[in-house]
Design a protein around this ligand. Structure first.
Ligand code: PSU
Ligand code: MN
Length: 311
């Protein structure tokens, strides 16, 4: 039995894929572990609306009831959002166990990429990717997202990486894994809440059509994933110096509590949410929506691009 036997694709997403319409995948760890309830549910619905408003079909991906679900909506989306941290956080290594046990799980960037690829979806929007954690030289804590980007042919639109991570090392590992890092309208790799990190992207592209042209070639070359770094809108952005103190505090708290491994990112996000009086969450939601918009535009450009190319 092939992996596709575990897929459950919603009728809407299935029809869109069959008709060659643009589809944008959305992850669900951001729902279960990235934001508190009920803002997580509102965010998930708003992001889907943004994808639709920009002419594409949203496909929220999660692991539920022993299935790899593509196009989670309605009551299932509600269940997932309510489950929150009680749901599992699915990375590549967890998939078979979670399917065997039939438990609910938010899918990380890595796992969402895997499932999107299985379903035939090529563009995926999220907030920030996982990366190399600060102190990784001792902890070896490097997100499986970076390995997945190297091997799975899905384009991930994100707002860069949070400076809870070591951005320089994250970019080095992306290079090692052969992942193109494109700046969308920027030369500087963005740092999630802040528009700049002080580190450069590999290449800058300014329009969805230019990006689609590059992606079509990446696909012809049979290469892996592409990371598109799209800075948070100005209106919602923080100065790096404004957020750095909160990040340092959250990191110190994680250290004091002995938080490790897969619990690290959710803990830090929750702590920064508390320390900023909820303001970090508003920015987080704004940047995810902005990524959904750009992902939809690229998906549209890509479907036009592919239609124009000879078979
Ligand atoms: N960044 C966020 N919110 C999130 C995540 C990252 O701002 O919810 C999630 C994503 O699903 C990402 C995962 O793939 O955390 C990375 O976790 P880890 O570092 O354990 O691989
Ligand atoms: Mn980790």
């Amino acid at each position: 039995m092939g992996a596709k036997a575990y897929l459950s694709i919603s009728a809407e997403v299935k029809a869109a894929l069959a008709a060659g319409k643009p589809v944008v995948a959305l992850e669900s760890t951001i729902i279960t572990h990235g934001m508190p309830y009920p803002q997580n549910l509102a965010m998930a619905r708003e992001v889907e609306d943004v994808v639709r408003a920009n002419g594409a079909v949203p496909a929220t991906i999660a692991i539920m009831d022993g299935r790899l679900c593509v196009g989670v909506s309605g009551e299932d989306l509600q269940r997932l959002a309510e489950e929150g941290h009680a749901a599992a956080k699915a990375s590549r290594r967890d998939m078979a166990s979670l399917l065997a046990r039939g438990v609910m799980a938010g899918t990380t960037v890595a796992t969402t990429m895997q499932i999107a690829a299985l379903a035939g979806i090529r563009i995926f929007a999220t907030g920030g990717i996982g990366g190399v954690h600060r102190g990784a030289e001792d902890s070896f804590d490097i997100s499986a997202d970076l390995e997945e980007l190297g091997r799975t042919p899905v384009t991930v639109v994100c707002a860069g990486a949070k400076s809870i991570l070591d951005i320089a090392k994250t970019l080095e590992v992306l290079e090692t894994n052969g992942v193109p890092v494109l700046g969308f309208g920027t030369d500087d790799f963005p740092a999630f809440w802040a528009r700049t990190s002080g580190f450069k992207v590999d290449q800058r592209f300014d329009t969805p059509v230019e990006v689609a042209r590059m992606l079509a070639i990446q696909s012809d070359l049979n290469m892996g994933g592409v990371l598109i770094a799209n800075p948070i809108p100005e209106a919602d952005a923080w100065e790096a110096s404004e957020i750095e103190g909160f990040i340092a505090q959250a990191l110190a708290d994680a250290d004091a509590k002995g938080i490790k491994g897969k619990a690290t990112t959710p803990f830090l996000l929750q702590r920064i949410f508390e320390l900023t009086g909820g303001k970090s969450l508003e920015s987080n939601i704004a940047l995810v929506k902005n990524n959904a918009k750009v992902a939809a535009q690229i998906a549209l450009a890509l479907s036009g691009q592919l239609a124009q190319r000879p078979a």
